[in-house]
Every structure is written in structure tokens, then in C-alpha cells.
Design a protein around this ligand. Structure first.
Ligand code: DAH
Length: 342
């Protein structure tokens, strides 16, 4: 028995020296010598073959060896763990305060104007309209002439414009997209065109040199003012609520005949009269009319066979009404405190 225990101890010392600072190897030794089926337990079981006198003597010897091995292995494993955690602490910069809050990742949000454009276009898509876009740099022809606004016509003054070189300009409304689409597509036509437009207006709480419009155009056989009214009243009720009333006021646009401006009952005071609607109970939201035959002819559409309606809506105005915003400049300042409210 004495021999066996000596051999175990020698083997352990050899293995322990080989394992050095390898935590994995040290764990293996624990199993090899101290485990349930390890060497020491095995000799323990052979105690039963010894005499009554020898049994307690060798039982004690085995326990002492077990404690010795345990102490050595655990001592080195603890030292190793301490070294690892100290090394990772050393890698942190000095003065590192682990109680500081973590750096937060901002996810951003959809701009309120984009939300309103998506919502409005979505309502027209439900009614069968297709969303298309037109260029922001336009020709004089598409922005004016083809829309029945001749060069010397006084109505051009209403469309003050940023001119570029060679008869190019920044479009002053989205209506030229009507022409571009009809030049390329035969009727029936049923489109909405969202986008930026530009006018050299002095900036104030209700004016910006750049703003957004949504143009609508529907051309088919036998389209009348009744279709225009039907489509726009569904739109107004869906956007502003079922109780919203709508009215048409006669107006003038060179590209529509007849032309009308459309008002909705004030969404702030429900038509009773307040400061937002100037006590009138009504809010103007868009211009519209039946497409002028000259506009159809400019796009090679036979105006005796086809007719249609068009409308143009200011996005900022709708967004300001919807969210109770009183200054158009807020949309373009990129102040996160404003943008994050939507
Ligand atoms: N383009 C016009 C503007 O910017 C708005 C407009 C009015 C568009 C009547 C239309 C329309 O399509 O039929 O003031």
C-alpha cells in the first residue's frame, strides 16, 4: 500500500509540473487524481483488503495525500484566475468609470413631412392612383407653356421662379409632372406626384423658398367635376376625419377650366370660427379643376375623346394643420428636439 501511495504522489508531482499554468490541464488532473473514479478513490476501495490494524493507518494516509493534492491544484487555479482578471482590468484606460451609462445608439425617425406625404399618397393609392415623380430641374416649356401659361401672360407673375441657364428652372409647382407623364403614357391616366418645388419667396413663418406639393391627375373618357368632388371628399374625410366638410370656391388656374379652390371645415374649431381659420370656419387646402383642353392637346391627347381632373396640394400646410405647427421653418431646421416629436 505504501508503495502504491508513493507512486501516486510521484506521478502527481510530475503531472503538476508539466501542467504549469494551463488551467485546462490542472482541471484534468483534478479529475485524474481526485475524481469519483480517480486514483485516490480507487485505492480507498482497496482498503477493505487490508487488516483491521492497517486500515485506519492507510485511510489517514490517503486522506492526507488527497488534501495535499487538492491544496496544490486549487492554489494554482486561484492564482491563475487572479492573473487573468487583473490583466483585463489593466487593459481598461485609466480613470475608467464602469458606472458611466453606455453610449446610446440613436435610431432616427421618419420626418413629419415624409410621414404626411406617405399618408396622403397612400390614401390615393387605395383609390387606384399610381405614385410617380418628376424632375426638380424643369424646362420653361413644361413648367409654363405646356400648362397654358404663355410667356407674356400676367399669370406667370403668380409663379415667380428661380431661373437657371438655358431656359431651365427649378420647378415652381408639381404640375409640369402632368405634362411629362402624358407625353409618355396614353390615357387612362391616374397618378399622384409628390415632390419639392421652389419659389423665390422671402422666408417667414408661412413661407419657404422650397416646399412640397402633391399633384393629382386623372384622365379618362367621360370624367366630370362630380368625379373630382367624389375623390376629394373621400380623401378629406380619410385624412382629417369622417365629420370633415368640404366646399369648392370658384378660382382661376390657366391649366384647368373650370377651376376651384377646395376648403375643408376647420379641424381646430370644427367650423365654429377660430384664429387658425380666421374666424371663417374654413381652411383652404388645395387647388383643382378640370384639365384645360389646351393642356391635353399639348400632350397629344384628344380633348374631344378624353377629359379629366387635376389638383395640387401643399404638404407643409396640411402637416401644419394636422400637428398644430405654427412656423414652416421648423420643418427645415433639423432640430432634433422638433423632429423627434413625430
Ligand atoms: N400648381 C398650382 C399651384 O402651385 C396648384 C394646382 C391648382 C394644381 C390646380 C393643379 C390644379 O393641378 O388643377 O399653385
Amino acid at each position: 500500500m505504501e508503495e502504491i501511495l508513493k507512486k501516486i504522489e510521484q506521478e502527481f508531482e510530475q503531472n503538476f509540473a508539466d501542467a504549469q499554468a494551463q488551467a485546462g490541464k490542472l482541471e484534468e488532473l483534478k479529475i485524474k487524481f481526485l475524481g469519483r473514479k480517480g486514483q485516490l478513490n480507487t485505492v480507498f476501495k482497496s482498503l477493505s483488503g487490508l487488516s483491521q490494524q492497517d486500515r485506519p493507518v492507510f485511510g489517514k494516509r490517503i486522506n492526507e495525500l488527497k488534501e495535499k493534492i487538492e491544496k496544490k491544484l486549487n492554489g494554482r487555479l486561484t492564482a491563475l484566475n487572479e492573473r487573468v482578471s487583473k490583466a483585463s482590468a489593466d487593459r481598461r484606460p485609466e480613470n475608467f468609470d464602469i458606472t458611466l451609462p453606455a453610449i446610446k445608439k440613436d435610431t432616427g425617425s421618419v420626418h413629419p413631412l415624409t410621414q404626411v406625404i406617405d399618408q396622403i399618397c397612400g390614401l390615393f393609392v387605395e383609390m387606384g392612383f399610381m405614385i410617380v415623380e418628376g424632375p426638380e430641374i424643369e424646362t420653361e416649356y413644361h413648367n409654363f407653356e405646356a400648362l397654358n401659361i404663355p410667356l407674356e401672360h400676367p399669370s406667370r407673375e403668380a409663379f415667380d421662379t428661380f431661373y437657371l441657364e438655358n431656359k431651365y428652372l427649378l420647378r415652381s409647382h408639381t404640375s409640369p409632372a402632368q405634362i411629362r407623364f402624358m407625353e409618355e403614357h396614353k390615357p387612362p391616366v391616374q397618378i399622384v406626384v409628390p415632390g419639392k418645388v421652389y419659389r423665390p419667396d422671402a422666408t417667414d413663418a408661412s413661407h419657404s423658398f422650397m416646399f412640397h406639393q402633391i399633384e393629382g391627375l386623372l384622365i379618362d373618357k367621360g370624367i366630370t367635376f362630380a368625379h373630382l368632388r367624389g375623390v376629394l371628399s373621400v380623401f378629406a374625410k380619410k385624412l382629417f376625419g369622417e365629420k370633415t366638410k368640404m366646399r369648392f370656391r370658384p378660382s382661376f388656374f390657366p391649366f384647368t377650366e373650370p377651376s376651384a379652390e377646395v376648403d375643408i371645415s376647420c379641424i381646430i374649431c370644427a367650423g365654429r370660427g377660430c384664429s387658425v381659420c380666421g374666424q371663417s370656419g374654413w381652411l383652404e387646402i388645395l387647388g383643382s379643376g378640370l384639365v384645360h383642353p389646351k393642356v391635353l392637346e399639348a400632350c397629344n391627347v384628344n380633348s374631344r375623346k378624353y377629359s379629366g381632373f387635376a389638383f395640387g396640394l401643399g404638404v407643409e400646410r396640411v402637416a401644419m394643420l394636422k400637428y398644430g405647427i405654427d412656423d414652416i421653418r421648423l420643418f427645415f431646421e433639423n432640430d432634433l428636439r422638433f423632429i423627434k416629436q413625430f
